[in-house]
Design a protein around this ligand. Structure first.
Ligand code: UT7
Length: 332
């Protein structure tokens, strides 16, 4: 009788990211709104963010990051079993952005679908990919975090629009020996705080009408102070849970890659976890908050700069609308 297949591990074999070329600086906002570089930098740590060109949709950004991740992994689109895209800004309500990407890159053997978990989308996506690989359902999965948040920003709402930017990050995940690759995952949600960060218009509850457009329902609404209170606590809880699951402490971690929502949140999480500053990957100053794309962009940049190396233990942690939060521990 054939021995049952062991549960398999899942590791990152390729990482790629893409930032659109157009830069929106704090000085640009000073010309558009009643705000200042001093306020934005001191309250958020953000100096500039990237914005997709009008002709660039979410799938275009996703494909740029995907091509880089596939090249890094040394595989072709046909090798993919699953394409999983985490986004809150899909090209259109359906079909999924993943299906659009599948067609354009020629990933003819892949099943493709999107997931929505706001800023935690990449953590959720990698967790699903890991489970598909562990169960033997898939051998090679592409996970993309991608957003064109500039399309859903209210550029008259100074408390929100200065925070967010556009971008994409992608990882290729492949089966490996158990104990390598993803060492632990943790996911949580609390829908009772859905009103802290949401986009009211354009769904089945409030289909867009002329009145809705006049009321700016097509744009993101955010209660920043409410989110701020939960963010640090939730991210620390997730990081500690995932470390506990793996039997490790932050002293065993080579890098912390936190979701880039606000420099003060990142610093709060880093210091409560007792991670030294040189181990925290921070790019919020020139990328802003790119929601589900923020962790894979930061990861890709750190890899390209030679900071993150094979064998490093990397702790990733995110928090966002939903509410959703979670953490990943990966041996790269
Ligand atoms: O990606 C995950 C989800 N997002 C987050 O986790 C975001 C979490 N929240 C935050 O990062 C912060 O709450 C913000 C950066 C959004 C705001 O910082 P804050 O220190 O919480 O400021 P605040 O909301 O308490 O606002 C303070 C003041 C207000 O004026 P009044 O009412 O005190 O007179 C705002 O109107 O700052 C004003 N303000 C601004 N002033 C200049 C808000 N935005 C701006 C601005 N420029 N851009």
């Amino acid at each position: 009788m054939k021995a049952p297949e062991r549960i398999r591990g899942a590791r990152f074999t390729g990482i790629g990211y893409y930032l659109p070329e157009v830069v929106l600086t704090n000085a640009d906002f000073e010309r558009m709104l009643d705000t200042s570089d001093e306020w934005i930098v001191s309250r958020t740590g953000i100096k500039e963010r990237r914005i997709a060109k009008p002709e660039q949709a979410t799938s275009d950004l996703a494909i740029e990051a995907t091509n880089r991740a596939l090249a890094d992994a040394g595989i072709t689109p046909e090798d993919l079993d699953i394409i999983l895209i985490a986004t809150a800004t899909s090209d259109m309500p359906f079909p999924s952005t993943a299906c659009l990407v599948q067609n354009r890159i020629g990933a003819s053997n892949a099943a493709a679908f999107d997931i929505t978990a706001a800023c935690s989308g990449f953590i959720y996506g990698v967790t699903i990919a890991q489970a598909l690989i562990a169960s033997g359902k898939a051998r090679r999965v592409l996970v993309v975090g991608v957003e064109t948040l500039s399309r859903i920003m209210d550029y008259e709402d100074r408390a929100t629009c200065v925070l967010f930017g556009d971008g994409a990050g992608a990882v290729v995940m492949e089966a490996c020996e158990p104990g390598d690759g993803v060492l632990g995952t943790y996911l949580k949600s609390d829908g009772s705080y859905a009103d802290l960060l949401f986009l009211p218009g354009g769904g089945s509850r409030r289909p867009l009408t002329e009145e809705g457009l006049r009321n700016r329902e097509q744009y993101v609404k955010m209660k920043g102070d409410g989110l701020f209170k939960y963010a640090v606590r939730a991210m620390v809880e997730a990081a500690e849970a995932v470390l506990r699951e793996a039997g490790l402490t932050t002293a065993d971690i080579d890098f912390l890659v936190p979701h880039q929502a606000n420099l003060r949140i990142i610093e709060g999480v880093r210091s409560r976890l007792h991670v030294p500053p040189e181990k925290a990957i921070v790019n919020i100053d020139y990328v802003g908050n790119t929601s589900s794309a923020s962790i894979p962009i930061a990861l890709g940049e750190a890899k390209d700069k030679g900071l993150i190396k094979r064998g490093d233990r990397i702790l990733m942690v995110a928090f966002g609308g939903g509410l959703t939060w979670g953490a990943l521990l990966v041996k790269y």
